[in-house]
Design a protein around this ligand. Structure first.
Ligand code: DC
Length: 218
């Protein structure tokens, strides 16, 4: 049997940084499910499909092939065979992903891939509905959050490092809007699973959060 750690939480809570670290230290695979939604979003943006138009999206989906590969232990996203990992980190793609992720047809498309990875590997999987929906049997579930200002500041710094920063206020507004969308959709909304452990990382370092999760795991 495989060991699965589910990490859910709102945008900018530090899920990917923490999940990647924990996975590395435990020799598990890190699975970034947000990247899968972002890959579909990129494809929809390229085809100028409106994510609010479910019929159009459903028609486009069969032509969108999402798969993953690992390069030096890092998850790479393939869109119809093209490595798009470097193209999916923009706010535009993130917002589109949040819209598309509210559609049942989009979620259904990614369900098997996510479940299969966890069935066949020890994983740290992060997203919005991992503990509640995708891996209800995960041995350890974490709900990782931080204050809106902390999350916006982290996102701002991350984008700044990539030379892509917009205004702090805009990023903060984006985060609030994205949380609203992700928490209030009908299907698989972001929420803390009953058996998930709540961690607020606002005043914790990356090392502290990583150690906490590892000790919970032990
Ligand atoms: O974690 P992220 O910012 O890369 O995710 C992008 C969007 O994808 C997020 O706003 C909501 C959606 N998502 C989801 O609905 N379910 C997941 N398990 C992961 C992401």
């Amino acid at each position: 049997m495989t060991y699965n750690i589910a990490i859910d939480g709102p945008a900018g809570a530090g899920k990917s940084t923490i999940a990647r670290r924990v996975a590395k230290e435990l020799s598990f695979i890190y699975v970034d499910t947000g990247a899968m939604y972002r890959t579909i979003a990129l494809s929809l943006l390229r085809s100028r499909i409106n994510a609010q138009n479910e019929t159009q999206v459903a028609e486009a989906l069969p032509e969108i092939q999402v798969s993953i590969a690992y390069q030096d232990g890092e998850q790479q996203m393939l869109l119809n065979g093209e490595n798009v990992s470097g193209l999916i980190r923009t706010e535009e793609v993130g917002n589109m992903a949040s819209k598309a992720a509210a559609l049942p047809c989009v979620r259904a498309k990614l369900l098997d891939l996510q479940k299969e990875l966890a069935r066949t590997h020890d994983v740290v999987m992060d997203g919005r509905d991992i503990g509640t929906n995708i891996l209800p049997e995960a041995q350890l579930k974490i709900y990782l959050t931080a204050s809106v200002d902390t999350r916006a500041a982290r996102r701002f710094r991350e984008l700044e490092e990539k030379g892509m920063a917009g205004s702090f206020e805009e990023i903060r507004e984006d985060i609030i809007q994205r949380d609203e969308q992700d928490m209030h959709r009908e299907i698989a909304p972001l929420m803390q699973a009953e058996d998930a452990i709540f961690l607020d990382s606002s005043d914790m370092t990356i090392d502290e959060v990583t150690e906490k999760i590892k000790s919970l795991c032990r």
